[in-house]
Design a protein around this ligand. Structure first.
Ligand code: SF4
Length: 470
């Protein structure tokens, strides 16, 4: 693709230092093009910066990763890395900052549907949803245990999922603005994160608790469960109306759903391009999948970035240019790796990811637009891989892995993670029984500069085994 005089180089995965060199070739007029909170064009909202900028501000792990070398991917990284700045700016321009916790997807669709108040400035008004849950990546990105230590001080220590970093972030008051409202899913959600939420509740003026049911598939139970979730969402709407002074109409919710579905369709296509044809690396693909949760606090600009990525991927496919060799070992991945370096490591050793189950199906499945909006959102929650049995999660993954002829599967667990402590083995056994391919399970080690020796050796041996079966 070309923008101004700039043309993407031949597709490749490049290092941190190589991005620095490449960034020198990007024209200033191009850098000026990209702003968050469109249509705002203020200088403070530019985000097209190279990884070096964010490494200087603390994201030290970027120095060790490999990146896709397209302009679209540069947009992705600049945008994702400046989310903290964006949340503080949101407050400054009059948006209500709403923390949604524990459901990974559906609640953000409701919050992001709340449009600006009548008469507000073009930048201001409306709500911005964000998931503090996603701060579980921060200790890895910063190679720092500061947030985990803070969580431990407050009572949640090492035997708990890395998502406890969110508790540390609330306590520090500097990783995101103190939210105007906190909405937290509880019930059939993760035990570890419920512990985090209950301590967060002591730090904030109020939490709107949303009961999350266990997914039930029997038709009779399903109707009851859906009704219950819709009633919970009606309470959420009431709170949002009190907060913003805006009457939330059905049309606003429908528009929010259409926007979420558009993003989810783009993400599906991007996954096909990456997993089916190797035109994007696994790391950027995972970042795109997680963008379906809340659009990294600006769903409009995030959608434009994913459109750009898909255009780039289609152009690469048409030109027969990939970043990963099509004869690479085809690996499926279950549970998002808290340390992104793991994805780069596997690709460096001749594999590519062809299927994933990152516990966020509820943010990826299309919302039914033919039923009342809150019912459609409730149904999307009930497609979730976050709630329900391990077997259902494994079944979802097996279908995807079969479709892509995965030759091996990695299940990356989380030490102490309640959905993972027992689940990795159960899921691994189920996949092995169905697909008869090698499975590797390991717990992701705490934040560090490199992948520990033991994990490296296990991954190397696993990939050797997969290769030997060809
Ligand atoms: S244990 Fe699993 S579901 Fe719970 S917070 Fe951690 S990653 Fe999320």
């Amino acid at each position: 693709m070309s923008w101004f005089d700039y043309q993407d180089p031949t597709p490749a995965r490049i290092t941190f230092d190589e991005w620095d060199d490449l960034f020198q070739q990007i024209p200033d007029e191009l850098i000026d093009q990209f702003h968050y909170f469109p249509p705002n064009q203020e200088a403070w909202s530019k985000y097209l910066f190279p990884p070096q900028v964010f490494a200087i501000y603390g994201a030290r792990h970027l120095r060790r990763l490999k990146f896709d070398n397209s302009l679209a991917a540069l947009r992705l990284w600049g945008f994702v890395q400046n989310e903290i700045e964006r949340l503080f700016r949101a407050r400054q321009v009059g948006k209500k900052v709403v923390a949604v916790m524990g459901d990974l997807g559906p609640l953000a669709v409701i919050v992001n549907s709340v449009a600006a108040r009548a008469g507000s400035s073009k930048d201001g008004g409306g709500c911005v949803a964000f998931y503090p849950d996603c701060w579980w990546w921060t200790p890895f990105a910063m190679e720092s245990k500061v947030l985990l230590d803070k969580a431990a001080e407050l009572g949640i220590g090492d035997a708990t999922c890395f998502s406890r970093a969110a508790l540390g972030a609330f306590a520090k008051h500097s990783y995101f603005p103190d939210p105007d409202l906190v909405i937290a899913a509880t019930g059939a959600s993760c035990d570890d994160y419920s512990g985090v939420e209950s301590l967060v509740a002591k730090m904030v003026p109020e939490v709107v608790w949303v009961e999350t049911p266990l997914r039930r598939v029997e038709p009779e139970a399903r109707e009851r469960v859906e009704r219950m979730v819709v009633e919970e969402y009606q309470r959420v709407l009431k709170k949002l109306e009190e907060l913003t002074g805006v009457k939330v109409t059905e049309a606003m919710l429908q528009q929010g759903i259409r926007r979420a579905n558009h993003l989810r369709r783009l993400t599906q296509r991007l996954k096909e391009l990456a997993y089916g044809y190797g035109v994007f690396p696994a790391l950027e693909t995972m970042v795109v999948e997680f963008g379906c949760l809340h659009g990294y606090s600006d769903i409009v600009e995030w959608t434009a970035i994913v459109e750009h990525l898909v255009q780039t991927g289609e152009a690469r496919l048409a030109a027969g240019k990939t970043v990963l060799a099509l004869d690479s070992l085809r690996i499926g991945w279950v549970t998002p790796p808290a340390d992104p370096l793991l994805l780069c490591y596997v690709e460096d050793r001749g594999a590519r990811i062809v299927a994933s189950e990152y516990v966020i199906n509820q943010a990826l499945s299309l919302i039914d637009e033919s039923v009342p909006p809150l019912l459609g959102i409730a149904r999307s929650l009930l497609t979730g891989s976050l709630i329900g049995t391990s077997r259902e999660r494994a079944e979802m993954f097996v279908t995807a892995a079969q479709g892509r002829r995965a030759e091996g599967v990695i299940v990356s667990g989380i030490l102490g993670g309640s959905h993972c402590a027992m689940e990795s083995r159960l899921i691994g056994d189920y996949i092995k029984q169905k697909l008869d391919i090698p499975i590797l399970e390991f717990d992701v080690a705490p934040p560090n500069k490199a992948i520990d020796r033991q994990t490296q050796t296990r991954i190397d041996a696993f990939l050797e085994l997969v290769r030997s079966r060809r």
